[in-house]
Design a protein around this ligand. Structure first.
Ligand SMILES: [Zn+2]
Ligand SMILES: [Zn+2]
Length: 220
């Protein structure tokens, strides 16, 4: 099946039925995008520790069953009414920012990530642990052809978190930057920091992490 074909019928999804329940692989009807939304054929979805919020019911107000996943890369395969900036076949990503209202004080200041009615994929609506996902158009980012799906997916949350932390830290090239914890975020943080021109000190446990940290660009 071509990746841009219109989807009909059912799909597989990994859902959490109740707080604390195991993941369940279920067949679901392929969702249709409403006005202002697009449907994405999911190509890859990263596993973020924050998915535990949905898995264990730690975020207030989650409605179950819920499908987690907020590190999504995929291809738009249907566009809802009123969406003019995106088209079928475009490669896109969706991260923690899964939609905003555009009207609250934070939005009017351009601070969409702190929208009072912020939507989060996998928490406010079903996320990327499924074959097709529906997302509001304002949640999408365009994905360049040079990025492969599996490598791009974790950049949508872990990557943005570390990249923006460094970008807004005030550190200048040549400054010493410490990255604590060489895991899902830290291994990206080291690489961004090294590319920004910092001297990178990696702090973690064990000799395996030490070898990895140095390979990724840490000098200490
Ligand atoms: Zn995340
Ligand atoms: Zn808002």
């Amino acid at each position: 099946m071509a990746t841009t074909a219109i989807a009909v019928g059912t799909m597989k999804a990994a859902q959490v039925s109740n707080p604390g329940a195991d993941f369940q692989i279920v067949e679901r009807e392929i969702p249709k995008p409403g006005a202002g939304h697009v449907r994405i054929k999911v190509q890859a979805c990263g596993v973020c520790h924050s998915d535990v919020l949905t898995k264990e019911g730690l975020w207030p107000g989650i409605q179950y069953p819920r499908i987690p996943g907020h590190e999504v890369s995929g291809i738009i395969d249907e566009v809802g009414a009123g969406v003019s900036d995106w088209e079928k076949g475009q490669r896109v990503g969706v991260g923690w920012h899964g939609g905003h209202d555009g009207t609250c004080r934070e939005c009017r200041r351009g601070d969409f990530n702190n929208c009072r009615n912020l939507q989060i994929p996998g928490i406010s609506y079903d996320g990327g642990y499924q074959e097709y996902m529906v997302a509001p158009a304002e949640a999408l980012v365009a994905m360049p052809d040079t990025l492969n799906d599996a490598e791009a997916a974790p950049l949508l949350c872990a990557g943005i978190t570390t990249y923006n932390s460094l970008r807004h830290s005030g550190a200048l090239p040549g400054d010493l930057v410490a990255v604590q914890g060489i895991g899902g975020l830290g291994h990206l943080g080291i690489q961004f920091a090294q590319k920004f021109g910092y001297e990178v000190a990696a702090i973690g446990r064990g000799s395996e992490n030490s070898a990895l940290a140095k390979k990724l660009g840490a000098s200490v």
